[in-house]
Design a protein around this ligand. Structure first.
Ligand code: GLV
Ligand code: MN
Ligand code: MN
Length: 393
């Protein structure tokens, strides 16, 4: 499975670029259909573009596992695909154990988990749970100005049915997402797998700094309204405020208008990603960063507007499924994470959900250095298979 996925959306850096509704995403979906067909599983694309491969007819109290196939720009091989590959591998292991499922089993690939193209993460699961408004979501645009509904239509998916899908969720008896760990906790604990307890509240805020474009060689410093200065100070302020708050703040994406070496920028747009252990800390942090940015922009003669593009509250994974999985798997370590996941969106919508992490020896993610050793991947598949057998057989 890995060999077939490897060339899809591969960049020169060794990372992957598999944005939603692009040719790379379509190739991932083709791969998914192929793996399902090999196992005699029927594939259904739901109204939001999520793919479901069913072993047996879809029905109530199903065991559903899976993750996503899209990536961030320059992402690693495992974030997302590990959960889907492991889902199919667990089906094989289940059969090798001679189990005849009494309940339906599905492998799911949620669409646009990373939000790399349209700016909002977990779009497929947010739409299905009703956490995202269909009209507002379909009007999101990518960096070329293409709307989500246009991008879907261009790939043959009719956006007219996009929206809450309670029927799809009601079939789920338990959803288990397996995911590569995106930090070093399991390395430090010496454990191949772990269970998620919680997802930190997090969000994305767009900062638009509007100044005055001008000549870099003739404009006196005192006469400039340079948005780059306000932006630069904001990056440093965000880092400092996050450190003081015991939280995280990152500016990882910025565009400069017009972007000339010998021109003072007319505008800078940058995106703040911020996460904290609790909602009050996150709110205080993003408020403090915006206040400092606004104050600095005022001194620079720059107009600033800050827009919340997505906000995701704290997720506590349900104790029932956490204890069930812990008992089945011999009580592996439990970890909270700062990374968002479709499992978190489902858990918030009341779907019985658990999440498994597989050790990542580099501790790096959203980068080509992300890794999981094969033995640990197999431990993940064995754990997933055990849960599948316990629920479905
Ligand atoms: C998902 O990868 C996230 O950025 O939280
Ligand atoms: Mn990710
Ligand atoms: Mn992921």
């Amino acid at each position: 499975m890995w060999a077939d996925l490897l060339p899809v959306g591969r960049m020169g850096s060794g990372g992957f670029r598999r944005f939603a509704w692009t040719a790379a995403d379509m190739a991932c979906r083709e791969w998914f259909r192929g793996e399902a067909a090999t196992r005699g599983m029927d594939v259904d694309t739901d109204r939001n573009g999520n793919l479901w491969a069913w072993l047996g007819p879809p029905g109530p109290d199903s065991f559903v596992t899976g993750s996503h196939l899209d990536s961030v720009p320059g992402g690693g091989a495992y974030d997302g695909p590990l959960g889907v590959v492991s889902g199919f591998a667990a089906i094989d292991a289940l059969r090798a154990r001679g189990c005849t499922p009494k309940r339906p089993i599905a492998v799911v690939a949620f669409t646009d988990e990373e939000g790399a193209r349209f700016g909002v993460a977990c779009l497929g699961s947010r739409l299905s749970t009703g956490a995202a408004d269909p009209a507002r979501t379909l009007a999101l645009t990518d960096s070329d100005g293409t709307r989500l509904d246009e991008a879907m239509s261009a790939q043959g998916h009719d956006p007219v049915h996009v929206g809450a899908d309670p029927g799809a969720l009601q079939r789920i008896g338990v959803f288990v997402e397996l995911h590569v760990e995106q930090g070093r906790a399991l390395v430090d604990l010496g454990a191949p797998i772990g269970l998620a307890t919680a997802i930190w509240p997090h969000g994305r805020w767009r900062y638009d700094f509007a100044g005055e474009g001008n000549h870099a060689g003739t404009t006196a410093l005192a006469d400039r309204r340079d948005p780059m200065l306000s932006y630069a100070m904001t990056v440093l302020a965000a880092r400092k405020q996050a450190r003081l708050a015991g939280a995280l703040a990152t500016f990882g994406k910025v565009t400069v208008d017009p972007g000339g070496t010998n021109a003072i920028a007319a505008g800078v747009t940058a995106w703040l990603d911020s996460r904290a252990p609790d909602e009050a800390t996150l709110t205080d942090l993003v408020t403090a960063i915006a206040a400092q940015a606004t104050e600095r922009a005022g001194r620079d003669g720059v107009r600033l507007s800050v827009t919340a593009e997505s906000e995701t509250p704290l997720v506590d994974f349900p104790a029932g499924q956490l204890d069930w999985a812990a008992t089945a798997l011999g009580d592996p370590p439990r970890l909270a994470t700062g990374a968002g996941h479709d499992a978190g969106v489902l858990a918030r919508a009341g779907v019985p959900t658990a999440m498994l992490f597989v050790r990542n020896p580099t501790g790096v993610s959203h980068s080509p250095a992300e890794h999981a050793d094969q033995d640990d991947c197999l431990a993940g598949v064995a754990a997933l298979t055990e849960l599948m057998v316990r629920h479905a057989c």
